[in-house]
Write a protein that binds this ligand. Structure first.
Ligand code: GUN
Length: 289
């Protein structure tokens, strides 16, 4: 079997176009554009690339982008004051504080300061709680994007065995909650899991979010399973001095066994920003009443 390639890039482009149409409708109704504020502290190069890309995509979707670039030595109190100011600003529907933050700042304290109804990342404990009990709220963008790809591919997920590898607050835990809500039988595996290969072998759905290059091998995958690879790992390429991006799944061996798989790049990655734009628009409609 050769797996179908799940084209996250195309799915994300369609979602972004739909958000663009709805953003125009919002502007016509509310008399203002929906707005997303992104706060970056410090000069981490990867974070700078993400923030630039988020800003560009926000404007392309017909929304306002407000960027706050603060120096690496910004005091925690000053960052909290910026968050407070954005909470109070009616032009700002969504607030995203780019992670990781410099070591001297308590990330949980900053996330807790964001108004949960502007928390388009879905990281606030209020939104984590809402997801856990099935109340409407904001769901973290990457796992929600994974769920959209799974439902587009498989339709009803009810009764399927799902294994999520990784237990982070940003991906693994919310992914498990989303799959439980879809009536999957969910196992959350992680670095301490015994016989990981055997655990993965049971799954109709595998979501790999561990951050270890090509860790999940093809012979761990049940024939016909659907594989969602959240990993983005930079490794040495075939040519000297060149690097390339790979996922947490060993793509070639897994694609020989699975029925469908997301590539890296071009799978889950493009979904994250598309869902962020979607969450921002949802926030705008909710905030406008
Ligand atoms: N850093 C890497 N990914 C993300 C994300 O989705 N949201 C935020 N706030 N920071 C990140």
């Amino acid at each position: 079997m050769t797996a179908a390639v799940i084209d996250g890039k195309a799915f994300a482009a369609t979602l972004r176009a739909r958000v663009g149409d709805l953003a125009a409708a919002f502007e016509a109704k509310a008399g203002r554009k929906a707005g997303l504020a992104v706060v970056l502290v410090g000069e981490d190069p990867a974070s700078q690339v993400y923030v630039r890309s988020k800003g560009k995509s926000t404007v392309e979707a017909g929304m306002n982008s407000f960027e706050y670039k603060l120096p690496a030595d910004t005091a925690e109190a000053d960052l909290l004051a910026t968050v407070d100011q954005l909470n109070a600003d009616p032009a700002v529907d969504g607030i995203l504080v780019q992670l990781p933050l410099p070591k001297h700042i308590d990330e949980q304290k900053v996330i807790a300061a964001i108004n949960p109804d502007k928390d388009v990342d879905g990281f606030h404990v209020t939104n984590a709680g809402r997801l856990a009990v099935g109340q409407p709220g904001f769901v973290p963008c990457t796992p929600l994007g994974c769920l959209m790809l799974l439902k587009d591919r498989l339709g009803d997920l009810s009764g399927l065995d799902a294994v999520v590898i990784g237990r982070s607050n940003i991906v693994g835990k919310p992914m498990a909650q989303l799959l439980i809500a879809e009536s999957c039988t969910v196992t959350v595996a992680h670095s301490r899991t015994k016989d990981l290969a055997q655990v993965v072998k049971r799954a109709d759905i595998v979501v790999a979010a561990v951050g270890r290059a090509e860790m999940v091998k093809g012979d761990w995958i049940k024939p016909g399973a659907t594989v969602i690879d959240v990993g983005i790992n930079r490794v040495a390429g075939a040519e000297a001095g060149k690097t390339k991006l790979v996922g947490d799944v060993d793509y070639d061996s897994a694609a020989a066994v699975a029925s469908a798989i997301t590539p890296v790049p071009g799978g889950v990655g493009p979904m994250t920003i598309a869902v962020l734009l979607r969450n921002t628009l949802v926030a705008a409609y909710r905030n406008e009443g």
